[in-house]
Design a protein around this ligand. Structure first.
Ligand code: SF4
Length: 475
């Protein structure tokens, strides 16, 4: 996901996957054309895969959202979509083959809003994951996204019954006026009722998403939302800075605002202030910080798979907005934000009969794999063990990324080694040679580094990925 503001804003881009989909290109234009999935997966390890099923439907389009999703689903579209998902799952499972063990260690239904589907359709979705793909949903962590109005008792009962271990609900704000300002009209009473239903369903982990940086939001109203969320003792909380992205509802409003005066150091200040207030509030209430956005209750049950490492293990994504990763290629279907384009892509997906090839993607070669590993580890509060990096790549991160790491250290974004972290600014060992302190140590962000994750992440993009993203025409 990307959202960009000007200059040295701490809020340049939310990097949750690298490379971003806007750096993907049609594979048909490459030598050899669209690769067969069976070839792509032939030599991959398949015994610790992650499964993701994408449901690209929502009841409303939130003003800040640039995810691949459409509003409503006319004419039995969800049925046709699930039919296509079933065909795709069958083709992908065939492509994985049976020569080596195929095992899924985690599963997730995302979107969009998976609970836009009816209870019966959710049963079918679970059947596709289990019967077509062979995922044992009752034995692995299963995470499902929902929204206040679709988190109904019948749907939650299906999800609980089929082994859901985590439900994540997008609340954004418990203050009705702020919900309206973020173009997500909802009433607090509906949100509270939905949270009650989720708790009654007995799903072990509840995650609540909140947003800061909404127009009119103050430290007091932010505290109101945080306390309202804390009243449910959620096992996880995600605090998202608001972004205004091209082609979203707020993006259109924002374009007008920019013409009238431009963005917006004051907005950056508001977001940083609210971030710090939110972080401190949660830390004071028994939560641990996992990343800039994610906080976990210290006594919460573990939610992730025991043996899946997102930096190294494979991902199978099904549905037209989902990504899949082998060790060398990231691929998906076409991508769009604008509603008419999304509709066209979903319609194309529902009539597809041949799912045997990868359509759109980007090869992640040696250097890109190093960047991805560093990026995705460094953006976690626990940081990256240099020894693991060395073991995987045979080199030291300080040798591979000296300029970037020196710059981060100079800005005070790297934790001090005295805290178990990496060398800090000005230290003689700030650029550790192979075998130096960083080689065996922990490379970790300081609190300021974590606060600036959305500025730091994009600085680790390769020039090639940067150029591809810049050349991508949003649609
Ligand atoms: S934020 Fe979530 S609920 Fe809102 S439009 Fe995007 S995917 Fe749908």
């Amino acid at each position: 996901m990307t959202g960009t503001t000007l200059g040295t804003s701490p809020y340049r881009s939310y990097v949750y996957a690298y490379p971003h989909k806007t750096a993907y290109r049609p594979l048909a234009g490459r030598p050899g054309g669209r690769p067969l999935l069976s070839d792509l997966w032939a030599t991959e390890r398949k015994d610790a895969l992650s499964l993701y099923l994408h449901i690209p439907f929502c009841e409303v389009r939130c003003g800040f959202c640039n995810l691949f999703t459409r509003i409503g689903a006319p004419d039995e579209l969800t049925t046709r979509y699930l039919d296509a998902l079933d065909r795709q799952a069958t083709a992908v499972r065939d492509a994985l083959g049976d020569d080596a063990p195929v095992r899924f260690t985690s599963a997730a239904f995302g979107g969009g809003t998976p609970t836009f589907l009816t209870a019966g359709e959710l049963e079918r979705l679970c059947d596709i994951a289990e019967k077509r793909m062979g995922a044992d949903l009752s034995a692995v962590p299963l995470s499902v996204e929902t929204s206040p109005s679709t988190a109904t008792a019948d749907r939650l009962a299906v999800l609980a019954d089929r082994g859901t271990t985590r439900v994540s609900i997008g609340v954004q704000s418990f203050v009705d006026a702020e919900a309206r300002a973020a173009v997500r009209p909802q009433h607090r009473s509906e949100v509270e009722a939905a949270l009650g239903r989720i708790r009654e369903a007995g799903i072990p982990v509840l995650n609540i998403d909140l947003i800061y940086g909404i127009e009119g939001q103050t430290e007091d109203t932010w505290r109101t939302s945080l306390d309202a969320a804390l009243a449910w003792s959620p096992e996880e909380l995600y605090l998202y800075p608001l972004y205004v992205r091209p082609l979203t509802g707020l993006g259109r409003l924002g374009a007008a605002a920019q013409e009238a005066g431009g963005p917006d150091a004051a907005w950056d200040d508001q977001r940083l202030r609210l971030y710090r207030a939110g972080r401190d509030h949660l830390l004071a209430h028994g939560y641990e910080q996992v990343s800039m956005r994610m906080f976990r209750r210290a006594d919460a049950p573990p939610t992730g798979p025991d043996d899946y490492a997102c930096q190294t293990d494979g991902m199978i994504g099904l549905g037209c907005g989902a990504r899949s990763y082998t060790s060398s290629l990231h691929y998906s279907f076409d991508y769009a934000v604008e509603m008419r384009e999304i509709r066209g892509i979903i319609d194309g997906f529902t009539t597809t009969t041949d799912f045997s090839r990868a359509e759109v993607g980007r090869y992640v070669d040696g250097e890109e794999a190093r960047r991805r590993h560093l990026l995705q580890s460094l953006l976690q509060a626990e940081g990256m063990r240099s020894a693991e990096y060395r073991e995987r790549f045979g080199s030291d991160p300080y040798e591979d990324f000296p300029a970037e790491l020196e710059r981060f250290a100079a800005r005070g974004w790297l934790a001090d080694p005295a805290d178990g972290g990496s060398p800090s600014a000005g230290s003689a060992s700030g650029r550790s040679p192979a075998g130096g302190p960083a080689a065996s140590g922990l490379l970790r962000l300081s609190p300021e580094g974590l606060a600036h994750s959305d500025a730091l992440g994009p600085e680790l993009f390769s020039p090639a990925v940067r150029a591809a993203m810049a050349a991508y025409e949003a649609k």
